[in-house]
Design a binder for this molecule. Structure first.
Ligand code: PEP
Length: 253
């Protein structure tokens, strides 16, 4: 049985007082929630404060990115050991905004995934096609490339510690969500690809999140799909009521 995982990617938002307010609000509002793993991914600058705010709760801390080297002359970068030191359990790797604005490619993303695992961090590996790629009928090809490239050389045992986030780029921050059927079809394709790369049992155990304009109004139908195991939430994770409602999805409605 895969435990659903809902992660909030706060992106470059919230200075420390606002971050603490949201984190404390969520701890309070989600006290009774069980059976769903909840991860907060604030910006680097608020990681420590949020770590303190969620201490003793069931909420976990994640970072939005990391560099693969452990230390050294890499001005402006943050390493895996630094994230571990701050209390992170998860790290988002290969988000489409990293791929687009910071020119991250599969080779670099693969190094980051390997480095994260080596420090005991659990990677959330993002994959997903752009609109023109979908329109050209190439969505699966792109997702296959992101998966095989990002996971190259990752052993069977390591793969069970990775979460995949399927995020069609055209649905991120645009208000356009993939239909539950389209998202489910791609999640199934991802699971099939993992079966080819590893085996059926492993593929069945890997959690695959959907990301792209997830909101209180669409989370229930998305989570009702058998291969959607959670969500990576951007915009709606910045609002206490919205994120709390998303975590309290009703998959059967
Ligand atoms: C994201 O950035 O991962 C994301 C899915 O953003 P949004 O929910 O705002 O579309």
């Amino acid at each position: 049985m895969r435990k659903p995982i809902i992660a909030g990617n706060w992106k470059m938002n919230k200075i420390r007082p606002a971050a603490v307010e949201l984190a404390q609000g969520l701890v309070d509002r989600l006290k009774d929630v069980s059976g769903v793993e909840v991860v907060l991914c604030p910006p680097f600058t608020a990681l420590r404060e949020v770590a303190k705010s969620i201490e003793g709760s069931s909420l976990a801390l994640g970072a939005q990115n990391m560099y693969h080297q452990p230390s050294g002359a890499y001005t402006g970068e943050v390493s895996g050991p630094m994230l571990v030191d701050l209390g992170c359990k998860y790290v988002i790797i290969g988000h489409s905004e990293r791929r687009e604005y910071f020119k991250e490619d599969n080779a670099l993303i693969n190094l980051k995934v390997k480095a994260a695992l080596s420090y005991g961090l659990l990677p959330i590996l993002c994959v997903g096609e752009k609109l023109f790629e979908r329109e050209a009928g190439k969505a699966e090809e792109v997702v296959y490339d992101h998966l095989t490239g990002g996971l190259e050389g990752i052993a069977h045992e390591e793969m069970s510690r990775i979460v995949i986030a399927y995020e069609p780029v055209w649905a991120i921050g645009t208000g356009k969500t993939a239909t539950p059927e389209d998202a489910e079809a791609m999640h199934l394709f991802i699971r099939k690809t993992l079966t080819q790369m590893y085996d059926r049992e492993l593929a069945r155990g890997v959690r695959i999140q959907y990301g792209g304009s997830v909101k209180p109004g669409n989370i229930d139908v998305l989570m009702a799909e058998p291969d959607i195991d959670g969500a990576l939430v951007g915009g709606a994770s910045l609002d206490l009521n919205s994120f709390a409602r998303i975590v309290r999805f009703e998959a059967n409605s």
